[in-house]
Design a protein around this ligand. Sequence first.
Ligand code: NDP
Length: 245
Amino acid sequence: KNLQLPEDKTILKDKVILVTGAGDGIGRQAALTFAKYGATVILLGKTVKKLESIYDEIVELGAPQPAIIPLDMKGATVKNYQDMALTIIDQFGRLDGLLNNASILNSLNPIEHINEETFDKVMKVNFKATFFLTQSLIPALKLSKSPSVLFTSSSVGKQGRAFWGEYAFSKFATEGLMQTMADEYEHIGMRVNAINPGATKTRMRAKAYPGEDANKLKTPEQIMPAYLHLMSDESIGICGQSIDL
Ligand code: NDP
């Protein structure tokens, strides 16, 4: 929580890091920050224009050339993820970091109003797709010296809250996935953790709380020290944690 941005701009040098939902909000800022600290970032997201914009920004910085993977996690298949993983091994030789950040929030609803369509959509993007993407990337992560996998949770992934419905269920499931994977892979030196960014000024937050003064919220930029820490080798030894910012 009290971390500062590190002065050493090379802490992610030579690392290859994939960020899901890299086109907007926290994922966009994370991709930009990882690149600024030396990483080659693989930008995965739904809206190609947004990915191209962050790609250009990273290239203008003079950071390592990123890669773009346009993929809608709602429609993508396990085969798509497996092919993607093979391409990553082919092009980069390994994957050092995976930030599972992409998620959607459907409208807030009482339990009795949740329908199968939105249930499936939210669980697919936030949980099922995140799982199979991660599973497919395990061989690439195993080729790294100190791989780090970071899932994105939420306060409603730890304590249920009225009307947060399938979004909350998906985040509880994410916590379970993180714990199971951490227990299974810690012994080979893979760090698996979850981060709950807390109230942060993004499109998703504005959708959930349309009436609040967004300027009172922390910005994605302000939470980057923790993301950087967990992706860099400074966090070696941290595994199985669910970290609230
Ligand atoms: P945003 O809505 O700003 O960004 C979400 C990102 O996910 C976008 O880049 C979006 O791409 C991408 N995405 C959505 N659907 C898909 C899909 N089907 N396939 C691929 N990518 C997709 O959200 P935040 O930045 O606020 O949230 C980031 C993470 O932090 C999420 O996991 C969220 O649950 C979590 N979180 C956020 C909090 C907050 O206060 N902001 C609080 C607690 C948790 P596109 O723009 O192209 O649709």
